[in-house]
Design a protein. Sequence first.
Length: 357
Amino acid sequence: MTHPARRNVLSAPSGPAAAAPGPPRLTTPTDPGGRYAYGLLVLDLTDRLNGAPGRAAALVDQILNPADGLLARLAEFFEAPGDKAKESEDDDATSAPTSRKRRPTPRHRRNPARGHRAHGRTRNRTFTRAAPAFPRHRRRHQHHPARTRPLPLTTHPLPPGGSPLATRSFIARPTESGGYEGVYVHWDGYPSHHLALLLAAYQHRFASDLDAMTRHLIDNVPVGWSALGTDLLDDAPDELITALTRGERYTSDQLDLITPDGSPPTRMTVRDGQASGLDWGYVLHGHGIEVISLREEQRGPVVGWDTNPRTRFSDHPVLWQPNGPVPCRPPSPEPKLTTTPVPPAAAPAATTHTARR
């Protein structure tokens, strides 16, 4: 395939200035070395689309433009291996002896609409590529849907800045300098999921021992968390576990990464000022959990440790303001059961009719 002369992809585009891509983010928790530059460019465009509703049309044009948009360029990219394979076939046919007769094309490979053999395009070919560093748990989640869903108590949709596949977050402890340092969590990072587990874990499993809780969630994790599970509800009352999980149980899962060169993966440490690309943060203070909506603010309000885990927290990023109230609703009242027998209904009074005259 031949293409007209094209400009450098990092040069300024000729479209609206509001849609021009800025410098991509240098690193992410899953790519601390900034190795996957093109993926970072797409991530930067995604963040701009989520954070600028007024410029959505111009940003969407960057993706859907039929000539120069992202999808058009990806189509060219995936057609390239097919074109290279076709050129290789043509070269082999040219170098073959001319006296050799060409075998007729089998009937099942003929294209009845064109009357000749259909050429092998990209859609009819497969090509291999190196497998990237990828959490093995992603394949297991296809067979364990309970791990990819929030706790059944959650009724809120995903926040506007979230993803239907992963809501990325971190759990950290405060530092002496006023910041925080913690570890990366890949799945289900929105408040209605994490806060219920963290509050219940502090109140019951760890018996209000914050040091033991931070050691378990932060210090004893070699790389990072794939997902926090209902094992954090151990030692909680059965009524609370049932209310939060509706009977679904799954254990916490740590990240199991495969690096391209086979070397051990590095720990995914998150610090203040280095949380780019994440959606939510949870800092475990002595008086409660600071919830940070990273797409809106750098700090957030604090949820006290004595808060009922069944409280219904909002997942909307804009509502979690540093100096504002915690956006939540009290838990639904539990139905009251009584053993007092219900008295039988009184029999209807007899109806008398006066004789008509």
